[in-house]
Ligand binder design. Structure first.
Ligand code: 6PG
Length: 628
């Protein structure tokens, strides 16, 4: 049925429905149908005998009009006039064509209508009858409401203008994130169009039901058909895709392309792979369509109240969507939006990917803190109390939700104790680990957090192994203060490694990323917002390398002895704390002037003549030795 529409003109008797409906249909050159012509004979007879119709009498008639509307939609738009005073009547009239129905409500005062009827030659209507219509009238929520005091010609013009009114921004895909972002846009005063696919029996009228549910979406236009969705947007169109990352993005782009025009902007707000974003950017550039790959962080609540947004692509594309993205983004402590132009190509999705890598580690560290405090004999409530006290110096969104999780009870027991210890993932940690390996950057904690999730998944094998592998029984000689210091130490190392990966990628791809600005947009709205992130905004103004900052070095030096003790105690007690351990282990292999890699080089040269550089040859030349 493409983008055809049924324009239902409704209102009480005498409001001028037929006149307006006919004029409108003529001026739009579409068929006109008067609902009254479709009553079955028994209804006509009943009315002729002066009796009013009841809801049972109306049911079949409304179904006939619904069938008429559906038939018309197959070929054309049309106008149908019908009093349709109750919501239940309108539901019958639009069943199965909800996204194609537009309601035009002709509204006038009781007196105006009485006068009008009585002035019509040969017409007379009892005022009680009209009053009864006013009594049952339920005004439609999403309609074009027109005051009948206007001249008919003007009424038709007003309806046509309202029908043509374009929206400013389109949201494609009404999953959890898409819905929250739509409401956020509407709450910021933007007129939007929202789209969700129609999947018979599975996803029906999603857009319409959604816009009907929330007051702020009163002016939002719902669609389940792509062409009319695209056409409802003012040009250049701005459409944000909030759909699952993967091949589906390409097929949606193909579905949209026939209706897009030069200069339109598509934004992919999902967790797409940055390499794919680069390909899509190039593909659409050739078609003169802008493509912005935007990382969006903050989950459902962030999307609704203000997420952190990381848009990448061409600067001129970003400028077009900037007012929308910046308005809906979270605000930092200076009230600046947590949204900034990141850089070209897939840089927005790259930094979102690393954000998630850092997120994986932050989560893993808290999981290890939990396991350690448990081993010290604390129950979840006691652990929550300890973590609560950490907020003063080391607060973060993830710390806060961990405390709330620990306190959650179900049927008198702690919910955390009932949650299966098999961690899921959607792929971004995997990609970050692949990228860090590809770029040759040692972001080892991200890999360790990822592999912890993977190990957790082998539940049955773990249970079997736990029966045969002996565990240590030494005493865990650490305090909660020791653990806090170790946690702080590991978090610094995590942020060092994460930002290092971003900085190296920026060099390799020539993205010119600004680490201070990046940490600024991660101070609010996103999952890894924390007090540490706020401190990094200033630190990154003077250096791109955390391990050169005097304040960070001083913190590392003061925390490291305790971290060493905790990790050692953890190992002596067979505690599963791989990421806390890796933080220390990494630093021990990195902050050394002379590493063990001389042995690796010698071995490589020995068996494969791969050559090596010499410490006593400043030229950097490569040497080979005949070892035997
Ligand atoms: C965010 C989150 C969000 C999502 C991740 C979780 O910043 O809002 O990172 O994007 O929660 O997809 O990924 P996993 O399922 O891999 O843990």
């Amino acid at each position: 049925m493409k983008s055809n529409q049924v324009l239902f003109v409704m209102g009480v008797s005498g409001v001028g429905k037929s006149t307006i409906g006919k004029l409108l249909a003529d001026s739009m050159q579409i068929p006109f149908f008067d609902g009254d012509d479709y009553h079955p004979e028994k209804n006509v007879a009943k009315m002729a005998s002066g009796l009013a119709l009841n809801d049972d009498d109306r049911q079949g008639w409304l179904e006939t009009l619904n069938a008429l509307a559906k038939k018309q939609l197959e070929n054309n738009s049309c106008v149908i006039v019908c009093s349709a005073l109750k919501e239940s009547y309108r539901t019958v009239l639009t069943t199965g064509i909800e996204c194609h129905a537009k309601w035009i409500f002709l509204s006038g005062s009781f007196q105006k209508i009485v006068d009008r009827i009585n002035n019509r030659e040969g017409h007379f209507m009892k005022s009680e009858l009209l009053q009864s219509q006013f009594d049952i009238l339920e005004e439609p929520e999403n309609s074009i409401k027109i005051d009948i005091r206007l001249a008919p010609k003007n009424i038709v013009e007003e309806i046509k203008t309202a029908l043509m009114e374009k929206t400013q921004f389109g949201l494609f895909g009404l999953g959890v994130m898409g819905k929250s972002l739509s409401r956020n846009l509407a709450n910021n005063g933007f007129k939007i169009s929202v789209f969700n696919r129609h999947l018979a029996g599975l996803e029906e009228n999603v857009a319409l039901d959604f816009t009907n549910k929330f007051d702020e979406l009163e002016t939002a236009l719902p669609f389940d058909e792509i062409e009319s969705f695209v056409n409802s947007l003012e040009r250049p169109r701005k459409i944000m895709l909030m759909i699952n990352a993967g091949k589906i993005i390409d097929s949606v782009i193909e579905d949209l392309l026939p209706f897009l025009q030069e200069g339109d902007v598509l934004i992919d707000g999902g967790n797409s792979n940055y390499n794919k974003t680069k390909e899509r950017f190039e593909y659409l550039k050739a078609k003169k369509i802008h493509f912005v790959g935007a990382g969006v962080s903050g989950g459902e609540e962030g999307a609704l109240k203000g997420p952190s947004i990381m848009p990448g692509g061409a600067k001129e594309s970003y400028v077009q969507v900037q007012p929308f993205l910046e308005a809906i983004a979270a605000k930092d402590e200076n009230n600046l939006p947590c949204c900034t132009y990141i850089g070209t190509e897939g840089s927005g999705h790259f930094v979102k990917m690393v954000h998630n890598g850092i997120e994986y580690v932050e989560m893993q560290l808290l999981a290890e803190v939990f396991v350690t405090l448990k081993a010290l004999g604390n129950n979840p409530d006691a652990i929550a109390t300890i973590l609560e006290s950490w907020k003063e110096t080391t607060n973060s969104y993830l710390l806060e939700i961990t405390i709330a999780i620990l306190r959650k009870k179900e049927n008198g027991g702690w919910l955390i104790d009932k949650i299966m210890d098999k961690a899921g993932n959607k792929g971004t940690g995997n990609w970050t680990t692949i990228s860090t390996a590809q770029l040759g950057v040692p972001s080892t904690m991200i890999a360790s957090a990822l592999f912890s999730r993977y190990s957790s998944f082998y539940k049955e094998e773990r249970i079997a192994a736990s029966k045969h592998i002996e565990t240590a029984t030494a005493n865990l000689e650490i305090t909660k203060e020791d653990l806090l210091k170790t946690y702080q130490f590991a978090r610094i190392m995590n942020h060092y490694q994460g930002f290092k990966l971003i900085q190296e990628a920026s060099k390799s791809y020539q993205w010119g990323l600004n680490l201070s600005e990046l940490s600024r947009i991660w101070t609010n709205g996103c999952i890894i917002k924390s007090d540490l992130m706020v401190a990094l905004v200033e630190i990154f103004k003077t250096t791109d390398n955390l391990l050169t900052d005097p304040k960070i070095m001083q913190q590392i030096n003061s925390l490291k002895p305790t971290a060493r003790k905790v990790v050692a105690q953890g190992i002596l007690n067979d505690l599963p704390i791989p990421s806390l351990t890796e933080a220390l282990s990494f630093l021990n292999s990195f902050a050394v002037a002379n590493s063990s890699a001389n042995m690796i080089q010698a071995q490589r040269d020995y068996f494969g003549a791969h050559t090596y550089q010499r410490t006593d040859d400043a030229s950097g030349k490569f040497h080979h030795t005949e070892w035997i």
